[in-house]
Design a protein around this ligand. Structure first.
Ligand code: ADP
Ligand code: MG
Length: 250
């Protein structure tokens, strides 16, 4: 079902509830958001606020408990498992904090890997992987395995791999979380280039430097979207409480 109206990505009263023993955890407690095409959205929130859950649902890696995600006029909940797999492969590029590269494969093989499932012949897979590694600045590291690359280089390989099937949407879950300051900044610049080249980029991060590149900001607390003011108030309260606790006792 396609709907002509509305934003590229529409999230409507999205809820995800996990059962931990008998206790319900409301990871997402009713999220409503519009994300326009070709924007760079940064999602901020403390640990446990539902950031990863939101990205997984957007990426079709999991299904919500209730509510809707409509991408480019198509509702994800109307898709069967096969359609969802095609959606994940064609429309979404996922980037993780821990890179998730295959350790036994070199950079070239890692990047070419997703193309295999898209039915691309071997010679074309290689050509495309070379092109992508060049794009992320790793033309001199194609035959290196992940253990022979720095963290920043591994994340570049992961980004090249995420781009293999030319997805419209890039979802990145704390992509700079395991990197030093300088390589983290390089990864943000690379994500920003993807945005400028026309992709819709959504990044979950704790790093405030990403705001330099973002066109939209979303703040999450306890599975809900809050305003920047509410978010800052909660953050300064948490900071105060933490510094009072760590005050030396006389
Ligand atoms: P964030 O990425 O912001 O740290 P998450 O989306 O990972 O937050 O988690 C949100 C909440 O949902 C947390 O309380 C977390 O413990 C809970 N949660 C996440 N995944 C699961 C799961 N598979 N089973 C049970 N609880 C989960
Ligand atoms: Mg997370």
């Amino acid at each position: 079902m396609r709907q002509a109206n509305g934003a590229y990505i529409q999230i409507r009263d999205l809820r995800k509830t996990y059962l931990m023993g008998k206790q319900k955890v409301h990871a997402l407690a009713g999220i409503t958001l519009d994300i326009p095409r070709n924007t760079f959205t940064v999602v901020m929130g403390p640990s446990g606020s539902g950031k990863s859950t939101l990205l997984y649902l957007l990426g079709g890696l999991d299904r919500p408990t209730s509510g809707q995600i409509i991408i480019d006029g198509t509702a994800l909940d109307k898709m069967d498992e096969n359609e969802l797999a095609v959606y994940r492969r064609k429309k979404i590029g996922f980037i993780f904090q821990s890179f998730n590269l295959v350790q036994t494969m070199n950079a070239l093989e890692n990047v070419a890997f997703p193309l295999r499932f898209a039915g691309v012949p071997a010679s074309k897979r290689r050509k495309r992987a070379v092109e992508l590694l060049r794009q992320v600045g790793l033309e001199n590291r194609m035959h290196h395995k992940p253990t022979e690359l720095s963290g920043g280089q591994q994340q570049r390989v992961a980004i090249a791999r995420a781009l293999a099937n030319s997805p419209d949407i890039i979802l990145a879950d704390e992509p700079t979380g395991n990197l030093d300051t300088a390589s983290g900044f390089g990864i943000m610049q690379l994500l920003s280039e993807l945005h400028r080249s026309g992709k819709t980029v959504i990044v979950v991060t704790h790093d405030p430097r990403i705001h330099t590149f973002a066109t939209h900001s979303v703040y999450l607390l306890d599975g809900k979207v809050v305003s920047e003011a509410e978010f800052q108030a909660a953050a300064s309260f948490a900071f105060q409480t933490a510094s009072e606790e760590s005050e030396p006792k006389k």
